[in-house]
Each structure stands twice: as structure tokens, then as C-alpha cells.
Design a protein around this ligand. Sequence first.
Ligand SMILES: Nc1ncnc2c1ncn2[C@@H]1O[C@H](COP(=O)(O)OP(=O)(O)O)[C@@H](O)[C@H]1O
Ligand SMILES: [Mg+2]
Length: 357
Amino acid sequence: MESGRLSVSGCIRTHPEQCMCIQPPIPGWPSNAQTNCKEKEGKKEKDLTVKPIRLKQEDAKLSIKKLVAGSIQDTDKLKPLETQVAGHGTGDKISHRGMLHHANGFVLKPAQAPPKGTREIEFYETISRSLNPVDAKLYSFMPKFYGTEKISLDGLPHSHYLVLEDLTEGMIAPCVMDIKIGAKTYGPTASAAKIAQEDAKYLGTKKPLGFSVLGIINRSGQNGSMKRYDKSFGMELQTDSVKKILQVFFNTPSEDRQVIEKLVQQFSVLLSDVQQFFETQTRYHIYASSLLLVYDYKIFSDATAKLNSDIDPQISKHVRLKIIDFAHVFPANGIKDRNFVFGLDNLCKLFADFSAK
Ligand SMILES: Nc1ncnc2c1ncn2[C@@H]1O[C@H](COP(=O)(O)OP(=O)(O)O)[C@@H](O)[C@H]1O
Ligand SMILES: [Mg+2]
């Protein structure tokens, strides 16, 4: 995988309590395009007396937008996203365009035809700009959004893409799992045919447990060779054999059990943050979105050579969990998203049971 980085320094504040930094290249591993920059908070607050925060936000957004646009149009840096595990452009639908990886730490998601594509773009635009605290919290569970771009590849007409944070950025050997949340995976506007089509899939997990495993990439061996599990894995799962999901994701038989325990604990912490948020939020009902779980297989080679106590400080850098895919978001009108919560509760249980084994 290429390891190009953004070549400027800057800081964009998207919410009062949130700050993203674009950092210059850091030699060696790991390196992320974005990090928290709490240590700079004090300095930032002083600056507010010089320029209103709203104007500072707009300035910063404009400059990052220009920066992204300039670098995104460099199509030599684009290639298909190797770690795409599900969605349009995978499987037998080879005529579809898939996700792209940009060497500067972004992924590009092709906008779907309206209304799905427009709904997803509008949702990212709204949430990433909103100062509402519920939206700000929700955005912290999503990949950072850098706007949309029209790009022409291989002399074809321009296509519209969402530019997003690459959730595998900086990882040497990412293991990835896409889990769609909800027993109901269609919105209130779905046709009878769409409802029938959705309800007929993932029978062992979707209705009984409120989630569907769309795809997994795991690794094995010294060189971390990659294995893909496509949607047929999730479709064939039986309700009483769901422990297979984490056995495959963590490749249990062949790897270090103590490290796996730490990974499971870290994912459980991230998962319960999302769960607590959905227990209280009544602004959105989110259908057919996924959790993307990512960890770096490199943790095994780093940690096994060391004492167990050395793993803890490292683990959070090697583990990410975010919500992706927002083509079916609807207003909640003050009502809890029980469909999403049901799936999250059962996923939390899956991790807890795996840990307790
Ligand atoms: N921000 C991201 N960073 C890294 N990989 C991503 C990101 N967003 C999506 N992916 C990869 O692309 C796949 C499809 O993304 P998704 O947004 O669900 O598209 P679709 O609308 O086609 O289902 C995911 O399963 C994941 O493998
Ligand atoms: Mg998807």
C-alpha cells in the first residue's frame, strides 16, 4: 500500500469540542492524517478573541477543501480500495464502480444514484457542519467528511464521489469487518418488492439478532496474508453459530489469545460508546448503515514479543470502529431508534460472550 501523506500542517475545528489536525509526514509507523490535538486547545481559545469562531471555521474548511480538491484531482494517486469488503463494486457486480483509495489518506465513495446518493451527501454535509451536540457526537462515530469531488478516470465522463477519512489509514495489515445493523434494513419509503428482497437475506442473524455480516478480511502467518469472506459467509450463518464471526475476524485458532482478548476489550469499549449514544438519541432513524470494524494485524507481531502490560497503551491505535453508509437516514421525531439499538445490543453481547469463553 502506498504511504503518501498530506504535505501541509493545519487544523480544522468542526465542532466546539472537536478538532482535527492534518499533520506533516511522520516517518515510520503508525501515521494518521488526523489526530486529536487537545494540547493545542488553550492556544486556539485565545485566538477566538481575535476572530469570531464561525469565520475561523469557515476559513479552515475552505482551506482543507482546496487542499483535498487539489490533491484528489491527482488521479495517479488513486486506485481501487484493496480492503473494500462489501458494497457496490464488489462481488459479481463488476460493472459497478467501487470505492477508491487515495494515497494521501482518503477514500472516495462513488455517489449512488438519487435518492440514495443525494441523501447520503446531504446527511454528511449536515452532520459535519452542525453545532447541535447530538450531531457532533454522531459525527465522532463517522469517518471525517471532506466534501464531494467530480473526478474523471481513464478518460470516462466525470463521476461524483464523497471524500472520506480512510479508516485503514496508517495500518500495515488492516483486518476489516462490515456489519450492517438492524432487523429492518429499509426505510419508510421502501417498496413492497424491496422489503421482500431485504427480509429474505441473512436469515440466521438479521431478524433474530438485528445484524448482518456483509464481509470480512482477516490475516494470517508471518507476512499477514489476506483472506476475504464475502456476503455468502454472513448469509450462511445460523443463529446458534454466530461465534464463528469473531473466530474468523480474529482468526482465533492461529493467533495469540492474550492479544485477541485485548482487541476484543477495545472493540467492546468502542461498541458500548455507540450503544449508549443510540440509547438516548431521538433525532435520527438509521437503516441499512454498517459498523466498520478495523484492526491492524501488526499488533500480533508488535505485542507478542513484549510483556502483556505493554499491549494496553498501544491497542487503541490499532483498533477503529465507525458507522458508515448513510443512504437511508430519516428523522426520528423524538422516538428512539429501537431497530438500531436491538442490533447494537446483540453485537455487544457477541463480543462479551466471546470474551467470557
Ligand atoms: N471511510 C472508509 N474507510 C475505509 N474503508 C471504507 C470506508 N468506507 C467504506 N469502506 C469500505 O467500503 C465498503 C463499502 O462502503 P459503503 O459505504 O458501505 O458502500 P455501499 O453504499 O456501496 O454499501 C465497506 O464495506 C468498507 O470495506
Ligand atoms: Mg454498505
